[in-house]
Design a protein around this ligand. Structure first.
Ligand code: PLP
Length: 386
């Protein structure tokens, strides 16, 4: 079924006659049993509800919705993208195990791997962006997991998910991909051979900058394992956030098409501007991964990054002079946002690592919102004149 139909119908696959059309917010932390027999049925047959750190009806609605969107058997929802990512990694890795990860991951994920997981005895293999397209089996030999992100923040490089996950499978490793920038509207990693897809639902999936949530989607086996770890770590989603996320998901395809249309207009205008030295947008034929993006994704997304003549101070000047673009972290909301990655999202990354990931001091990142693209172009042109 088309994603637009699934979303418009609230992700429900069953007949909703006699039910509320939107999921009720079940705020209860605990659930009443009729008698001990009902308690036994819960434990033995999985019938009913026990406690909201274990499962919750509002959260479950969204999990079913997300599983359908990504074409997975099951999904688990979390209180943030980082809760989803950390719980997934802690569920699948143990001390002495190895994980291969691409350079240039979202800073929080890179920090988790570099600081927390290595402290717990997990061995790391960092793969350069150029290596990912043709991962050599010997590079990931002995790895339990291959962790990827595509498109990459903020350089918008694209990882060949089909090729990478094939090599990982042959090496006996599970492939996990962060698909936050693409959303299931533009990229379906499970269909490309990846085992698990993770999202910061705080971004496009929610879509209105009014909630924090995260998700992991994949086979029932793997997701149940991660959900068991979630009980222990406790990073569950709040039912009200789940309700907001459900509401946001209903318009996801419409919003993503509009974000992508706006980003294309903004990228082309920047591409023609004499003070812009480089535009990172996978829709340009001369983008290093354009052909791969066109094959792997059904749209180029709503993010655009660019570099300005004059280095860090010129980038700061353009950033400060923008009026419509809100100066803020995050992405994927209705309002266009601007940030300087080297001084915000990648601020705590060691300089050497940042440069390896292609995050220069003159890089400006835009999350193109749902405003009229012409207004955004006018704002950028005015800021660039400064
Ligand atoms: N993955 C990506 C690509 C992100 O950009 C972010 C946050 O910016 C995260 C994961 C973490 O998500 P959250 O902030 O919801 O914990």
């Amino acid at each position: 079924m088309d994603l637009r139909t699934i979303c418009a119908q609230g992700g429900r696959a069953h007949d909703v006659s006699g039910e509320p059309l939107t999921p009720p917010i079940v705020a209860a932390s605990t659930f009443a049993f009729r008698d001990q027999r009902a308690v036994e049925e819960y434990y033995e047959e999985g019938r009913g509800w026990l406690y909201s750190r274990y499962e919750n009806p509002t959260v479950r609605e969204v999990e079913t919705f997300l599983a359908r969107l990504e074409g997975g058997e099951a999904a688990a929802l979390f209180g943030s993208g980082m809760a989803a990512i950390s719980t997934t990694l802690l569920a699948l890795l143990s001390s002495g195990g190895r994980v291969a990860a691409q350079v240039g991951l979202y800073g929080g994920t890179a920090g988790l791997l570099r600081d927390t997981l290595s402290r717990l005895g997990v061995e790391l293999v960092w793969l350069d962006p150029g290596e990912i397209a043709g991962v050599r089996p010997e590079r990931i030999a002995g790895c339990r997991l291959l962790y990827l992100e595509s498109p990459v923040n903020p350089t918008l490089r694209i990882v060949d998910l089909r090729a990478a996950s094939r090599v990982a499978r042959e090496a006996g490793a599970i492939t996990v991909v962060d698909s936050t920038f693409a959303t299931p509207v533009f990229q379906r990693p499970l269909e490309l051979g990846c085992d698990l897809v993770v999202h910061s639902a705080t971004k496009y999936l929610g879509g209105h900058c009014d909630l924090t949530a995260g998700a992991v989607i994949g086979s029932r086996d793997l997701v149940e394992r991660i959900a068991r770890q979630r009980r222990a770590l406790g990073g569950v989603a709040d039912p009200f956030a789940a309700f907001l996320l459900h509401r946001g998901l209903k318009t996801l395809p419409v919003r993503m098409e509009a974000h992508a249309r706006g980003a294309a207009v903004v990228a082309r205008a920047l591409g023609e501007h004499p003070r812009v030295t480089r535009v990172h947008w996978p829709g340009f034929p001369d983008h290093p991964d354009h052909e791969l993006a066109s094959r792997q994704m059904s749209g180029y997304g709503g993010m655009v990054s660019f570099e300005v003549e004059g280095g860090a101070s010129a980038a700061e000047c353009v950033h400060d002079r923008l009026r419509l673009f809100v100066k803020a972290a995050s992405l994927g909301g209705t309002e266009s946002l601007v940030s300087l990655p080297a001084r915000m999202s990648h601020r705590h990354m060691p300089r050497e690592e940042r440069e390896r990931a292609g995050v220069t001091d003159s890089l400006v990142r835009l999350s193109v919102g749902l405003e009229a693209p012409e207004d955004l172009v006018t704002d950028l042109e005015r800021a660039l004149r400064g």
